[in-house]
Write a protein that binds this ligand. Structure first.
Ligand SMILES: NC(=O)c1ccc[n+]([C@@H]2O[C@H](COP(=O)([O-])OP(=O)(O)OC[C@H]3O[C@@H](n4cnc5c(N)ncnc54)[C@H](OP(=O)(O)O)[C@@H]3O)[C@@H](O)[C@H]2O)c1
Length: 235
């Protein structure tokens, strides 16, 4: 057991992950703008701001020069499409959900040794195209998959996690999906699956697993998906 760094530790999936890692015996350092009471230590950090990430990482690495697990989980929603979302929101969702993962990885890279793990909490939305949030998640997915290749020779594993609907403060889901409301899960399930994925050295997972076909359909038949979804939007 070693030190686990979790971004977005103040709420939702990140807070559940802090509790799960601590239960496993890890020492958890949480990064977020608000306090993270579920972590052993907390550093204020805005992942979209390179200077803030560098400063937080420098403080943490002075105390903990070796990191066992780094989780890029911080993220914000951006409901809507490219034709209606405010431009500032498009910029901030990209800076947080995609670039935030890149800056945090780069800041902690030197402390990741052989046998360590990087976990990127992406989304099913990173595999099915639907607006600026989804575009930022597509970029984060490409980052995560690229990193898995780049870090393999150094014995560092990279796990990409694609959750479906999870009930959290930032992403309230229940009551929004009609009959599909029952498919909404809670953060502890996602945390449990992530721990399982790390233990089994998985590379990529959907939570729950049955979201995976949605990604296959989008990848195999993008024109049909665009036609059908366009027709539905028109109707
Ligand atoms: N909930 C879902 O349905 C769902 C589905 C798929 C993927 N995800 C992904 O899961 C991850 C966690 O989301 P969640 O559902 O647990 O939402 P949440 O409860 O709102 O938690 C989001 C966390 O991200 C942190 N955060 C946001 N912007 C930040 C920034 N600029 N710098 C540092 N931390 C920041 C927040 O902390 P502060 O506000 O304190 O900074 C908070 O701790 C996100 O990447 C999200 O895209 C969620």
């Amino acid at each position: 057991m070693g030190v686990a760094i979790v971004t977005g530790a103040s709420s939702g999936i990140g807070a559940a992950l802090c509790r799960a890692f601590r239960n496993q015996g890890h020492f958890v350092v949480g990064l977020s703008r608000r306090d993270a009471p579920d972590a052993d230590e907390h550093e204020v950090c805005d992942v979209s701001d390179r200077a803030s990430v560098a400063a937080a990482a420098a403080r943490i690495l002075e105390r903990h020069p070796q990191i066992a697990i780094l989780v890029n989980n911080a993220g914000i929603p951006a409901r809507g499409g490219f034709t209606d979302i405010d431009e500032d929101r498009i910029e901030v969702v990209t800076a947080t959900n995609y670039l935030g993962s890149v800056w945090v990885f780069r800041a902690f890279e030197a402390a990741l040794g052989r046998g360590s793990h990087v976990v990127n909490v992406v989304s099913v939305a990173g595999t099915v195209a639907a607006g600026p949030y989804s575009a930022a998640k597509h970029a984060q997915l490409a980052f995560s998959r690229s990193l898995a290749v780049e870090l393999a020779p150094r014995g560092i594993s990279v796990l990409t996690v694609n959750p479906g609907y999870v009930e959290t403060d930032g992403f309230p889901q229940r009551g929004r999906h009609g009959l599909f409301d029952r498919i909404v899960v809670d953060p502890p399930l996602v945390a449990e699956k992530i721990l399982e994925g790390i233990a089994k050295e998985k590379r990529e997972m959907f939570v729950p697993g049955w979201y995976r076909p949605a990604a296959w359909i989008q990848a195999l038949a993008p024109a049909t998906v665009a036609r059908l979804r366009g027709r539905r939007a028109h109707a």
